[in-house]
Design a protein around this ligand. Structure first.
Ligand code: XMP
Length: 327
């Protein structure tokens, strides 16, 4: 049987009981595959890699080595949450690498969106490779591959290897315990494994992170403004009960300034753009009619709390013609 094909009769995991049965099955399978060897996992903090980490910690404990690379483009508090949940609460063998300076130095002056993506992706592989070489006895690489990744990779849409591009001598045998699951099932399994709701129901976040929302050449001050504005938006959406109701929401800080006035003085500061969309598959998207009072509250908070910002805008453009991200 093709191990990459979901059996026709496989029950959709929708309940805690079905999730527990799946977890027990996978723990046995992973133990059998791995034996007493070590497994490496790039833990981004995204839903899929987090669920795989939690599952493997249950199966093989300290034989799992998780590497979390903070590329400096994470949302506020996300890397801290990865360390708190996995190292402190689940007792993971977690290597945390703060590679912020390395990434931001490499990105300095790079304005083209695709060039930025290449720098971030390429540097990620290099940092991960360096860490992999420091640890002896690794024979397996765990990945948060899920079924849509396999379908898309079969269709030639994208390569499903999350850590593709490692050199030949670091090609490990793969451990992919959730590769036959759909996203909703991964979330049910994550909840059954005890992961916090904020992690299990995390909205999609591009691999290049805030890097593609700090448009043009990234600067540290503008990135800091973006991170604060994004945190305010998320906090206010949460308070308004919109988590899980709006599919994706974030802010953008473009690389141009506009005139403003503060304390009677002229300023030349950045705008913050709010983006919120609803979609089923991210191929097309609509913009929700947000409550005016909520938009005003978010605007007031961003203008009062985020240095260097004098304007807030709401992007009303559907996809198509606009894409969800600005870059
Ligand atoms: P667009 O902007 O193409 O976005 O309408 C569709 C969905 O894909 C996400 N996105 C990315 N995800 N790496 C990722 O892992 C990327 O480079 C990237 N670019 C866009 C975007 O957040 C949205 O959910």
């Amino acid at each position: 049987m093709d191990s990459n094909k979901r059996p026709e009769n496989m029950t959709r995991i929708t309940t805690p009981e079905l999730a527990q049965a799946f977890i027990a099955e996978q723990i046995a399978a992973v133990k059998k595959q791995v034996g007493d060897k070590k497994v490496l996992l790039a833990l981004s903090g995204g839903v899929d890699s987090s669920v795989v980490a939690a599952l493997l910690i249950k199966a093989i404990g300290k034989q799992l080595v998780c590497v979390h690379v903070n590329h400096g483009l994470m949302r506020k508090g996300e890397s801290e949450q990865v360390v708190k949940v996995f190292r402190d609460q689940l007792g993971a063998n977690l290597i945390y690498i703060d590679a912020t300076d390395r990434f931001l130095d490499k990105l300095a002056g790079v304005a083209d969106p695709e060039a930025k993506r290449k720098v971030i992706g390429g540097e990620f592989i290099r940092v991960f490779e360096e860490e992999a070489r420091k640890i002896s006895g690794i024979e397996f690489l765990a990945q948060g591959t899920i079924y849509p990744d396999i379908i898309e990779s079969d269709k030639g849409v994208k390569a499903h290897h999350n850590v593709g591009g490692l050199p030949e001598d670091l090609k490990f045998e793969l451990v992919e315990p959730v590769k036959l699951l759909f996203k909703d099932e991964v979330r049910v399994v994550g909840t059954a494994l005890g992961l916090p709701a904020s992690m299990v129901h995390r909205q999609p976040f591009p691999g290049p992170g805030l890097g593609v929302r700090c448009t043009g050449a990234i600067t540290r001050d503008r990135l800091a403004a973006l991170r604060e504005a994004d945190a305010i938006l998320r906090e206010e959406f949460e308070k308004a009960g919109l988590v899980g109701k709006v599919w994706q929401y974030f802010t953008i800080v473009p690389d141009y300034r506009s005139t403003g006035v503060r304390n009677g003085n002229r300023v030349f500061d950045w705008p913050v753009i709010i983006r919120a969309v609803n979609t089923v598959d991210a191929m097309s998207a609509t913009v929700p009619e947000l409550d005016w009072a909520l938009l005003k509250k978010i605007t007031d908070r961003i203008l009062a709390e985020v240095p260097g910002v004098c304007r807030v805008l709401y992007d009303l453009s559907p996809k198509a013609p606009a894409t969800i991200e600005w870059e």
